[in-house]
Write a protein that binds this ligand. Structure first.
Ligand SMILES: Cc1ncc(C[n+]2csc(CCOP(=O)(O)OP(=O)(O)O)c2C)c(N)n1
Ligand SMILES: [Mg+2]
Length: 553
């Protein structure tokens, strides 16, 4: 039967986890999962399920698998598909579909998936013949993981899923890779030899701990300053002497200036998209001032916006593995610059230097977490100004420890944490969420409780959609509109779901509350009430408003 064949093929392709919300449109697949060797996580909303699958794809490099029902389920899942697209995450979404014979009558929950997901997925298809399930799944796994990874959507007509067939299995997929040519590595060596002020910027996916270590060794040999792109801090150890910071929102101005003045940029795996490029101002378009060596696993991205001086078609992992061929530079001209930029990074990210209004000092909280968390702890977040605390002050040191959407999608942190803890139950998983952010997918706290997943949510409540309020004060001062929030008691919320919940109102309360949350063995929410004036680590709403009013008058 089609539904069982599909599950068999998933097992052959190496699938161990499925994240889903059930629907009558794919009962035959659910039945196939009944006795398969696949762990199923049943979620409360399809957006959360798709975000968990994205988290799986980010952490393992293998496609996260999500299953949802027709129109309404698919619509909800789109939130996670957009994240996977912008984050280059391998993911396969299976969607139930109406019977083949009813198409185009606007049947119950009918949707044209090719049209709806066409601009978001790498490939959208519908399986019309039960015999083609192995072929199409094999292709889906290759498409999702090769080149620039991304989401694939497969619609499953209900009647196809109950058809009987005898089919041969497809072999397990293998990621297709390309490696740099030796002439390209020589060309890179020459450029490094000529450089006065180089920098490497790392981003994207298709990395691994081995690749990060190889790149770190290379950087150490050349004394090369290394930065990472927005929400990609896990690509280079922040405690490495060559690490100089991140290129994203609220980044160190000294680093931005260094990049502008650089003569060589080695961009590996990243796209220098809007956020990383500081709204396309950091590098000139189409020809940057700096010599640009762009290493990317998909030819469609090379020379798309920035004309590279040396484009190299290779995955970050394959590139890092070949860096042994690039010789060290004798007494590099940029040694003093590295020392200066490293000192600047350390000062910029020193939480002890930060003080802001209110009894709960987030700088102190971040300092405490630096020492309280094990190195392999996984940190997640969605979008909101609260995320700045994590991105600027946490010292990421290991690959696979960060789940954060470069697409700036609110609500991602909680489902990502649930997905991560489901995959790695032995690791500490901490979700940072704002009061706005948490409520977008807060129902997945029930999933954490259902599967006994003791994640810790640090919920930073300022009673507003703070990011938007900040922009309002900048552009339309003293006219707050649609940004205030009246919030529930999130500690009571946690307890009502069967978790552990506490309020934290002062710096002193945080440490003991964190330890009690950890010791509770339950999914926990620390409802942290911060002063609403504290809009960023360094400024207040009032200051932003006053500055804007002064400019207007
Ligand atoms: C799904 C989604 N909807 C809307 C936005 C626009 N947006 C960006 S940040 C933000 C406010 C976030 O509020 P909160 O989580 O409370 O964090 P805060 O900024 O207050 O720290 C909004 C509405 C978004 N990025 N994603
Ligand atoms: Mg808020």
């Amino acid at each position: 039967m089609g539904g069982h064949i599909l599950v068999d093929q998933l097992v052959i392709q190496g699938v161990q986890h499925v994240f889903c919300v059930p629907g009558e449109s794919y009962l035959a697949v659910l039945d196939g999962l009944y006795d398969a060797s696949i762990e199923v996580t049943v979620c409360r909303q399809e957006g959360g399920a798709a975000m968990m699958a994205d988290a799986y794809g980010k952490l393992t490099g293998q496609p996260g698998i999500c299953m949802v029902t027709r129109g309404p389920g698919a619509s909800n899942a789109l939130a996670g598909i957009h994240i996977a697209k912008q984050d280059s995450t391998p993911l396969i979404l299976f969607v139930g579909q109406i019977e083949r014979g009813m198409r185009e009558r606007e049947a119950f929950q009918e949707m044209d998936y090719r049209a709806v997901f066409g601009t978001q997925a790498k490939w959208v298809t519908e399986i019309d013949q039960v015999e083609r399930i192995p072929e199409i799944l094999s292709r889906a796994f290759h498409v999702a993981t090769s080149g620039r990874p991304g989401p694939v959507v497969i619609a499953l007509p209900e009647d196809m899923l109950v058809e009987m067939a005898q089919v041969a299995d497809a072999p397990r997929y293998e990621v297709i890779d390309s490696v740099p040519a030796s002439s390209q590595l020589e060309a890179l060596s020459r450029r490094l030899g000529d450089a006065k002020k180089p920098i490497a910027i790392l981003g994207g996916t298709r990395w691994s701990q081995v690749a990060v270590d190889q790149f770190a060794d290379f950087a150490a040999r050349l004394q090369l300053p290394v930065a990472v792109q927005f929400r990609r801090q896990m690509l280079f150890p922040t405690d490495h002497a060559c690490f100089v910071g991140d290129v994203g929102l609220g980044s160190n101005p000294a680093l931005m200036q260094y990049i502008k003045d650089a003569d060589l940029i080695l961009l590996v795996g990243g796209r220098m998209s809007e956020i990383a490029s500081q709204s396309y101002t950091l590098l000139d378009i189409p020809v940057p001032n700096q010599s640009l060596v762009h290493v990317y696993p998909d030819v469609g991205e090379l020379n798309r916006v920035y004309r590279a001086d040396l484009p190299i078609l290779a995955s970050p992992a394959a590139f890092a593995a070949s860096l042994g061929a690039v010789p060290a530079v004798e007494a590099p001209a940029w040694s003093a610059e590295l020392t200066r930029m490293r000192a600047s990074y350390l000062a910029w990210t020193d939480p002890s230097a930060i003080s802001h209004p209110g009894a709960l000092q987030m700088g102190k909280v971040m300092e405490l977490l630096r020492s309280a968390l094990p190195q392999d702890a996984i940190l997640t977040n969605g979008a909101g100004n609260y995320a700045t605390w994590l991105h600027r002050f946490h010292r990421f040191t290991r690959y696979g420890t960060q789940l954060a959407p470069t697409s700036g999608s609110m609500g991602y942190g909680l489902p990502a944490a649930v997905g991560a803890k489901r995959i790695y139950p032995e690791r500490t998983v901490v979700c940072f969420a704002g009061d706005g952010c948490f409520m977008m997918h807060g129902q997945e706290f029930a999933t954490a409780v259902q599967y006994g997943l003791p994640i810790i949510v640090i919920l930073i409540d300022n009673g507003m959609y703070g990011t938007i309020r900040m922009h309002q004060e900048r552009h339309y001062p003293a006219r707050p509109s649609a940004t205030a929030l009246k919030n529930p008691d999130f500690a009571a919320y946690a307890r009502a779901f069967g978790g552990h919940g506490e309020h934290v109102e002062t710096t002193e309360e945080f440490g003991p509350a964190f330890e009690r949350a950890r010791a509770s063995g339950k999914p926990a929410i620390l409802h942290c009430l911060i002063d609403p004036e504290t809009i960023t680590p360094t400024t207040t709403l009032q200051k932003i408003r006053e500055q804007a009013l002064a400019t207007l008058s």
